[in-house]
Design a protein around this ligand. Structure first.
Ligand SMILES: NC(=O)C1=CN([C@@H]2O[C@H](COP(=O)(O)OP(=O)(O)OC[C@H]3O[C@@H](n4cnc5c(N)ncnc54)[C@H](OP(=O)(O)O)[C@@H]3O)[C@@H](O)[C@H]2O)C=CC1
Ligand SMILES: N[C@@H](CCC(=O)OP(=O)(O)O)C(=O)O
Length: 414
């Protein structure tokens, strides 16, 4: 592990000063290579999918794991978007001239070595490689053991492509082939080598990171996402948003897990919305007040409010008012993505201020919590913590701002 980290650190020194043109050439080569080797990637992925099915993993996990032509096309598209984005490295974000003539510039610079422990979605391998390269960081990737063959094939293709671009260091992007938990722990403790570790995953991973990491981290935890439908909501819009938030891709972290509904809508809007969700295969787990107007709901237990189903299951609660919705989200939310549907702008504004979530959505679906949708190409993760970065993290989150002070001989006198 230390050899991989050391090699990454050496590569990072070269990457931080790499010209934008070289990085963009490399990104184009990566995208072309993924396109050319689509079949090789799908073959490798089939090995993982077959093993996962044989091991009896859930259908949602198989969905996350599976590579298709269109998903590979999505990976390629994302890299092309990143290629077209401005290079954040060296970007001036502030400048001031002091009375003594010193000029202080604040400029973005790469973090150095970025490590990511991530879920069984092979696209993340290419996403992270591309974001790190463009932001001038070396990437150390530790994907899920379930996706090992897919990740190894993607890295091989990307490394072959990068080898053909002059100026890109050999170890710009590395995959950790040892997918044991022990190796992951070593990575968490590679202090002095890793500048940022992004753990993308569920509560067990996050607990392990919080208890063991000695390297700096930005936590990208689970998504227990809520939508609150206010009394002032446009009914049709509310139905469309709720259906999209729950059913468009239930297996991802930005899918809605709990629907909170103002009591004024319990009788006139909720039953119709739940009928529509049921028609799309959604199992509803409701509080007493939900069951009073829609008896088909399974009785919700307290644990339902804290569950990220990642499946076609939805917890539903009728609340008295906005305050109760805000309190519920504060108690059970995971700061990934939460939304409100309301026509009253004052209500929506109060929600956006009171809910302390990385991305708060007004009159739209939580599914938009995504780097691609935010215009970043993809995301290195979705931060569920408050420091450094919040929500989907793109190129800028992979840099920090340093001060460059220009003098003309000034010396400080005490
Ligand atoms: N906020 C965000 O950006 C994201 C959040 N997520 C969340 O991730 C979860 C779903 O993904 P899933 O793959 O099931 O997540 P897991 O947490 O099961 O796995 C994620 C990664 O962490 C590893 N891992 C898990 N537990 C440990 C541990 N104790 N020590 C070391 N490594 C560990 C896994 O390795 P292995 O598989 O080999 O066991 C895998 O590489 C959901 O909760 C989702 O919301 C996912 C992606 C992004
Ligand atoms: N980028 C994502 C959301 C963030 C993510 O990767 O999380 P997850 O889907 O839980 O692996 C999407 O909507 O596709």
């Amino acid at each position: 592990m230390i050899d991989i980290c050391r090699a990454a650190k050496e590569a990072a020194a070269e990457l931080r000063v790499l010209r934008t043109e070289v990085k963009d050439t490399a990104l184009n080569a990566m995208a072309d290579a993924l396109e050319t080797h689509r079949e090789r990637l799908i073959e490798a992925n089939a090995v993982d999918v077959e093993k996962a099915r044989a091991a009896g993993v859930s259908a949602t996990l198989v969905d996350r794991l599976t590579l298709t032509d269109s998903r590979i096309a999505g990976m390629v598209r994302a890299i092309r978007v990143i290629t077209g984005l401005p290079d954040p490295v060296g970007l001036g974000v502030g400048r001031q001239e002091r009375p003594n003539g010193l000029v202080i510039e604040q400029v973005r610079e790469p973090l150095g070595v970025v490590a990511v422990i991530y879920e069984a979605r092979p696209n993340v391998t290419a996403d992270v490689a591309a974001l790190c390269l463009k932001s001038g960081n070396a990437a150390v990737l530790r994907g899920s053991s379930i996706a090992y063959h897919s990740n190894a094939a993607i890295i091989e293709v990307l490394q072959e492509a990068l080898a053909g671009v002059e100026g890109v260091p050999d170890n710009a992007v590395q995959l950790i082939h040892d997918v044991s938990r022990e190796a992951a722990l070593e990575l968490l403790r590679a202090k002095g080598y890793i500048d940022l570790l992004v753990p993308r995953g569920g509560p067990e991973l996050i607990r392990t990171v919080e208890e063991n990491a000695t390297v700096p981290t930005v936590i990208d935890g689970d998504g227990n996402c809520h939508t609150y439908v206010d009394a002032t909501a446009d009914r049709e819009m509310a139905t469309a948003i709720v259906v999209n938030a729950k059913t468009s891709r239930p297996s991802v972290c930005n899918a809605m897990e709990t629907l909170l509904v103002h009591r004024d809508l319990a009788e006139e809007w909720l039953p119709g919305a739940l009928d529509e969700l049921k028609g799309l295969g959604v199992e509803v787990r409701g509080c007493e007040r939900v069951r009073a107007v829609w008896p088909a709901a399974v009785p919700a237990e307290e644990k339902d409010w804290g569950t990220e189903y990642l499946d076609l299951i939805l917890a539903v609660k009728v609340v008295d008012d906005l305050d109760e919705a805000i309190t519920h989200i504060g108690r059970w939310g995971t700061m990934n993505a939460d939304g409100i549907v309301a026509r009253d702008i004052a209500v929506a504004q109060r929600f956006t201020r009171a809910v302390s979530t990385g991305s708060v959505f007004v009159n739209t679906s939580t599914r938009y919590s995504d780097g691609g949708e935010f215009g970043y190409g993809v995301e290195i993760g979705v931060s569920t913590q408050k420091l450094h970065s919040r929500g989907p993290m793109g190129l800028e989150s992979l840099t920090s701002v340093k001060n460059v002070v220009w003098g003309n001989g000034q010396v400080r006198v005490l």
